[in-house]
Design a protein around this ligand. Structure first.
Ligand code: ASP
Length: 338
């Protein structure tokens, strides 16, 4: 072999090795986390300064949990689960403890999670005894051959897999009970149209370039007949695909299902070449056009965050390697963190 042939051969060996190792920045690429704590009729006058501070502190605590994972080089999947668990444990948000009540006065919880690297997903609907439904969704993804388990069966799976169980009374808060009483007096026939929701969600990009999304909710006050919204529906409330985007939605779930909202954002990016903010905004427009309202958070394959809504507000926040000090926003006219 001549010297130049040897050089070409060794260069191609290097090229193949580089390809097998993945992107050069795999170990220490940028990371990014965006979260929401629900969208709805959040009026400035209705939130006392103490309550507003408590919501922002709740968002900050959740972002701290997720950012810790991402900073240490952990996976986006671990980060979104850790983030959502903190929000589920916070009674202010409509997920886990503090979930809204069904028409019969029960708490039925929905959650889903998706791994953009493998396109694996897990979800649960109408569960009643698992302290952290997002971890149950992850168990469905990792420890069952299925994507979505519901109600009694999901409760049973949770027990069998050893997830932390609580008495259903654990989820109850006085504030949510009062909301049910108001709903019973005023609406009864329909789902609560003001939906001061509080569904929670997180999307993340990790240092290895993988994205993930997670969403958890108690649904809507006054739901009945086993109603399930968009939150546990992969493609509607949650979606993630490496190199494209990760999305978590909140709002009037029936409309988000019909517009396959979370997947729509990703398709707009992948197929239409839209930027993540435009893709989110156009998706929310399409939901508005059929009568729905709410919001969504998304990050693209590079971790750029987008927040879109057609409500008065959405509890939201972002933190990233580029902006390591977490920032929050609540009202629609407040600039969203980037
Ligand atoms: N999307 C949820 C549902 O329809 C509710 C919410 O986001 O607050 O169940």
């Amino acid at each position: 072999m001549t010297l130049s042939k040897i050089r070409v051969a060794s260069l191609s060996v290097l090229a193949v090795a580089a390809l097998l190792a993945g992107p050069a920045s795999a170990a220490d690429g940028p990371w990014s986390l965006a979260i929401h704590g629900g969208a709805g009729v959040i009026k400035r006058g209705d939130l006392t300064p103490e309550k507003e501070a408590a919501y922002r502190a709740g968002l900050d605590a959740a972002m701290a949990a997720g950012a810790k994972v991402l900073k240490a080089g952990g996976s986006s999947l671990d980060a979104v689960e850790a983030t959502v668990r903190v929000l589920e444990d916070n009674p202010l948000f409509n997920a886990g403890k503090g979930a809204v009540f069904t028409a019969e006065g029960k708490n039925e919880l929905d959650a889903s999670i998706m791994d953009g690297k493998t396109l694996k997903a897990g979800a649960v609907a109408g569960v009643t005894r698992t302290k952290n439904p997002i971890s149950l969704a992850r168990a469905v993804m990792e420890q069952s051959p299925h994507v979505l388990l519901a109600r009694d069966g999901a409760d049973q799976f949770s027990k069998e897999k050893g997830l932390e169980q609580v008495d259903p009374s654990y989820f109850r808060t006085e504030e949510r009970w009062k909301q049910l009483e108001t709903w019973r007096k005023n609406h009864q026939a329909a789902l609560d149209p003001t939906h001061l929701f509080g569904t929670v969600g997180a999307v993340a990009l990790d240092q290895a370039g993988h994205v993930a999304a997670a969403t958890s909710t108690g649904g809507m006050t006054g739901k009945r007949w086993g109603r399930i919204g968009d939150s546990p529906i992969i493609g509607a409330g949650t979606y993630a695909r490496d190199g494209v985007c990760a999305v978590s939605a909140t709002g009037s779930g029936e409309y988000f299902i019909r517009e396959t909202a979370a997947r729509q954002v990703c398709d707009r990016i992948a197929w239409k070449g839209q930027g993540v903010q435009q893709a989110g905004d156009d998706t929310i427009k399409s939901i508005g056009a059929i009568g729905g309202d709410g919001g969504l958070i998304a990050i693209d394959g590079q971790g750029r965050a987008a927040f879109s809504m057609n409500d008065l507000g959405m509890y939201r926040g972002a933190v990233s390697s580029a902006h390591p000090v977490a920032r929050t926003a609540i009202f629609a006219d407040e600039p969203s963190p980037q």
